[in-house]
Design a protein. Structure first.
Length: 157
């Protein structure tokens, strides 16, 4: 005999949707102060009053300032604006996302992005390894060299 909850799903179609939202949807749990990573293929637009004010590159992070149904108001370091939920993930999930992307097709941009996520988690050895792999895969990309190198040593307090 199946567990009782399984028997309810065919009779109450909304039950499966409710279970999905409660168990699977991580972005609904984001709150002010959380860090998010951009997972959009090239960049995520940050908007204010329906105009794009900046594009944040894949693998860069921002801090949640406010939450709405459509997205997050984020501080991206040089200002703030609204970013779509579909373009970002929490840092821990971003690490899993980029790990899967690397397993499917190793690309410098994904190693660089995962390196940034590891850096956010204070996992500096893993960050350095990923930045190194990004440079190995794309040695001419100044972004990996400049930004990755600037993050290889945590700032001294």
């Amino acid at each position: 005999m199946p567990p009782p909850i399984i028997g309810l799903i065919p009779f109450f179609p909304w039950t499966s949707a409710l279970l999905f939202l409660l168990l699977v949807s991580p972005l609904s749990a984001q709150k002010v102060g959380d860090r998010l990573m951009v997972v959009a293929e090239s960049a995520a637009e940050v908007k204010m009053d329906s105009r794009t004010i900046v594009a944040i590159s894949r693998g860069e992070s921002a801090t949640v300032e406010a939450v709405s149904d459509a997205g997050f108001r984020v501080d991206y370091g040089y200002g703030s604006g609204w970013i779509a939920k579909r373009d970002v993930l929490p840092v821990d999930e971003a690490i899993r996302y980029f790990t899967k992307a690397i397993a499917n097709k190793p690309r410098a941009v994904d190693y660089f992005a995962r390196g940034n996520a590891w850096f956010e988690k204070n996992q500096y050895d893993k960050a350095i390894a990923d930045f190194g792999e990004a440079i190995r895969l794309d040695p001419k990309c100044h972004r990996h060299l400049r930004f990755g190198a600037s993050r290889t040593r945590p700032k001294q307090m």
